[in-house]
Write a protein that binds this ligand. Structure first.
Ligand code: AMP
Length: 284
């Protein structure tokens, strides 16, 4: 089937309704474009599990801070469309900003406690922007299943909470982080890195794996694991650590001593490029 391209909300609704009339379930992958293998893995999961696969490509202005990279965020639309075609996506929704935020737009979705720390502290308003646009997209597409990457672990928790609290009839699926051969998590922002920064950036994953080994070896001190992460990441010249968090994977709250399912999450800047990564570690 030829891929469908929709720029308006009625076009999306019509295509989705036709799919439903054909008895297909609807899978949805929200993205900001600049698609890579991480996005492709979400699309493949949707393709396996649902009959009609919708991908949105929308660089959402409200989730960027005033000094962030909204205007220079990559927008290689033709390449993105080629990836969607190759992955047998049924419908690409690529709205203009004023389709999503028309004049007079006023409402915001807040998921307070899960949004406060970590990414939320370094990017004020970020999760409000994310939750608001994701709920709008859910209302436009009305998917049975929506696919998100573990790469953005806090985003996943915020969306799961919103879906539960607001009775959104969509099942949120979480897919594992896709990495380069050396462990660097794929990200649309990796293309900003110089060769040297690209080389340095693998420290995020290496530090996380070292921390995992320490926990598996028996260390139960959040402070000692946080210190290990911070020291490893900050060792590189030109690298600035934003945070190294060792928290409960569900509540995202700090705990000491460590127990249960943990999320180890880090964020650092390599020059002006900010990268995040995380792993989960289960204490038995
Ligand atoms: P973005 O385009 O950055 O908004 O990401 C769209 C979706 O792709 C989000 O659910 C991300 O968590 C997911 N994603 C981004 N990078 C990766 C990755 N390396 N592995 C798995 N999922 C990813």
């Amino acid at each position: 089937m030829e891929i469908l391209l929709a720029k308006t909300i009625p076009d999306v609704r019509q295509a989705v309704q036709s799919a439903r009339r054909r008895g297909q379930t609807v899978g949805f992958v929200p993205t900001m474009g600049a698609l890579h293998e991480g996005h492709a893995s979400l699309i493949r999961a949707a393709r396996r599990e649902t009959g009609f696969v919708v991908v949105s490509i929308f660089v959402n202005p409200t989730q960027f801070g005033p000094n962030e990279d909204f205007t220079r965020y990559p927008r290689p639309f033709e390449q993105d469309l080629a990836l969607c075609r190759a992955e047998h996506v049924d419908l690409v929704f690529n709205p203009e900003v004023d389709t999503i935020y028309p004049t007079g737009f006023h409402t915001a979705i807040d998921v307070p406690s899960l949004s406060e720390n970590w990414e939320g502290a370094f990017r004020p308003g970020h999760f409000r922007g994310v939750a608001t646009v994701v709920l709008k997209l859910f209302n436009i597409v009305a998917p049975d299943f929506a696919y998100f990457g573990q790469k953005d672990a806090q985003q996943v928790r915020v969306i799961q909470q919103m879906v539960r609290d607001l009775n959104v009839p969509t099942d949120v699926r979480v897919c594992p982080t896709v990495r380069e051969a050396d462990g660097l998590a794929l990200s649309s922002r990796n293309r900003y890195l110089s060769a040297e920064q690209r080389h340095q950036a693998v420290v995020l994953f290496r530090a996380l794996e070292e921390a995992r080994a320490l926990i598996e070896y028996g260390d139960r001190s959040a402070v000692s694991i946080q210190n290990l992460l911070a020291n490893r990441i900050q060792a590189g010249a030109g690298v600035t650590l934003d945070y190294a968090a060792v928290v409960d994977a569900d509540t995202l709250q700090s705990q000491d001593p460590l127990r249960g399912m943990l999320l180890l999450a880090v964020a650092a800047r390599f020059g002006s490029t900010r990268l995040i990564d995380n792993i989960e570690v289960q204490i038995r």
